[in-house]
Write a protein that binds this ligand. Structure first.
Ligand code: FAD
Length: 468
């Protein structure tokens, strides 16, 4: 068993993919020349949802999906599984850049997105281990609590009534034994799922609707031609009337129209999972509502219970690469930070072994808001910038993309992230790398400042130990 864990970690699989067990991918696109109405590149939540919805709307349309790896090898098969409503980076940044009306519209879209996922799981009976648990956003320090209260007021003004509650320390203590947590925003209408089981269930739905999916078929070039778009893999050519690029964090690496290089960059986030907890340990924690939890840091930690009785925690420090490399799957320093944070947050679990560690890439752009855009004459549609909050968003985006392809003027296709004027990522590798590094340094600086009391307290504890 232990050697299988190491083998899967070396192959850059997530815990969820490991737990899923044997998986037989579809055949790669055979050598040849093909014509299709719609080609979708990337088979995560965005691509698979768009494929299914398109086929349901237009059964006669030929829809082909290509993925460079197994479906769900990207963020969709390795995320935290939070079916959540956070849009972009933070509500404050969305309001600052786009104003209250658009932030309100975005919040409505996200609530719809969470409901879309939940309804899909329930109606189609998907084996996604879905639980509608609710979610907490927690503060550890006085400064974080002050900001949390402001965020709560802002969110209450953006979302429908009853969407959020505020818990002070007494309320928190009744629901969770985590002494470092001083306050929380509770959001009941959110859930958790097993991301890998879910993405593989989406594959089945897309195939049932009639989409043709090929795995391990990397697209190597994209070229606009008179009748649409011509796409190449290592051994095949596909001509499509419409092309959907659902390649998320890989979008800048695609060889095709220049615009693709300036939409986003990959940012890496990491996750760990503990050994299963015993009944006694669960009782000591009192985490009875099974809610998912994020903290109110800039470089946020996210944690939740798995169906099989473990705790998984991710986030904290992030990673990014110079140039087009997409190979930061492992980061032992971040994994160690996560392990330390886990033990600090749950002192009753300080002995617990951390079981499995992995990483994955999210798509970040420079104004920290998702974007769905066209290239040129609207034959190519891309989706990017979902940051670490794309489980619900990308699935509703898939539905939206189906409307765009069919030329339907709907509430979804009118959502303002479609064809918005996103700030382009600076050209060249140095400027974009420096830009991401600068933004990250600012975020780290805010966390450092807001957590100064924690450092003072920990120094005093250490001194106390020495004096004693
Ligand atoms: C560790 C981690 C934790 C996260 N936790 C959460 C969370 O709890 N809640 C939340 O809301 N969001 C979370 N996210 C973000 C969320 O997972 C993503 O926003 C979402 O899954 C993106 O889906 P997607 O279909 O757009 O892209 P992806 O799932 O990344 O799919 C892109 C696909 O494109 C394929 N591809 C790339 N290049 C090519 C090519 N040249 N040819 C063919 N195919 C190609 C890739 O193989 C990949 O399968 C997390 C992300 C990570 C990495």
């Amino acid at each position: 068993m232990q050697s299988k864990v190491l083998e899967d970690m070396n192959n850059n699989y997530s815990f969820w993919q490991h737990k899923y067990g044997a998986y037989l991918p579809n055949e790669a696109l055979p050598k040849g020349s093909y014509d299709t109405d719609v080609l979708i590149v990337g088979a995560g939540y965005t691509g698979l949802t768009a494929a299914r919805e398109l086929k349901r709307d237009n059964p006669d349309l030929n829809v082909m999906v290509l993925d460079a790896n197994e479906i769900g090898f990207g963020a969709s098969g390795r995320n935290g599984g939070f079916n959540m409503t956070l849009f972009g980076m933070e509500p404050e940044t969305t309001v600052l850049r786009w104003g209250k009306a658009k932030a309100r519209e975005a919040q409505t879209y996200m609530q719809k997105a969470v409901a879309y996922v939940r309804d899909l799981v329930e109606k189609e009976g998907l084996d996604s281990d879905y639980e509608h648990t609710g979610m907490w956003r927690v503060a550890y320090t006085a400064s974080q609590e002050k900001r949390l209260k402001n965020t709560y007021r802002l969110l209450c003004g953006l979302a429908k009534e009853g969407s959020y509650e505020f818990y002070d320390q007494d309320e928190v203590r009744k629901r969770l034994n985590a002494p470092q947590v001083r306050a929380a925003i509770y959001e009941p209408e959110t859930g958790i799922l097993d991301p890998c089981k879910h993405v593989r269930a989406l594959k089945k739905l897309a195939e049932k609707a009639g989409a043709k999916i090929y795995e391990n078929s990397a697209v190597t070039s994209i070229c606009k031609v008179n009748s649409g778009v011509e796409v190449k893999t290592s051994n095949a050519i596909v001509r499509a009337k419409k092309l959907v690029l659902a390649t998320n964090a890989w979008t800048h690496t695609l060889s095709g129209p220049r615009k693709l290089r300036s939409r986003q960059r990959a940012v890496w986030t990491y996750q760990v999972v503990s050994d299963p907890l015993t009944e006694q340990e669960w009782n000591a924690l009192g985490w009875d509502d099974r809610m998912s939890i994020e903290d109110n840091r800039q470089l946020v930690h996210y944690l939740r219970i798995t169906k099989c009785g473990r705790i998984t925690m991710g986030g904290g420090n992030i990673g990014f690469e110079y140039g087009n490399d997409m190979d930061k799957w492992h980061d032992t320093n971040v994994w160690q930070d996560l392990e330390d944070h886990f033990r600090w947050l749950f002192p009753t679990l300080s002995h617990k072994k951390i079981y499995y560690k992995w990483g994955g890439a999210v798509s970040a752009n420079f104004d920290m808001v998702p974007e769905i855009g066209f290239i040129g004459d609207e034959n190519i549609i891309y989706s990017s910038g979902c940051i670490g909050h794309g489980v619900s968003l990308t699935q509703l985006n898939g539905r939206l993309i189906a409307d765009l392809i069919s030329g339907v003027n709907s509430e979804l296709s009118r959502f303002w992230i479609v064809n918005r004027h996103a700030i382009p990522v600076p050209p060249g590798n140095f400027l974009s790398y420096a830009g991401v590094k600068a933004i990250t340094s600012v975020l780290k600086g805010v966390d450092w400042f807001e957590e100064r009391d924690l450092r003072k307290a920990s120094k005093a504890d250490t001194k106390g130990d020495v004096d004693a």
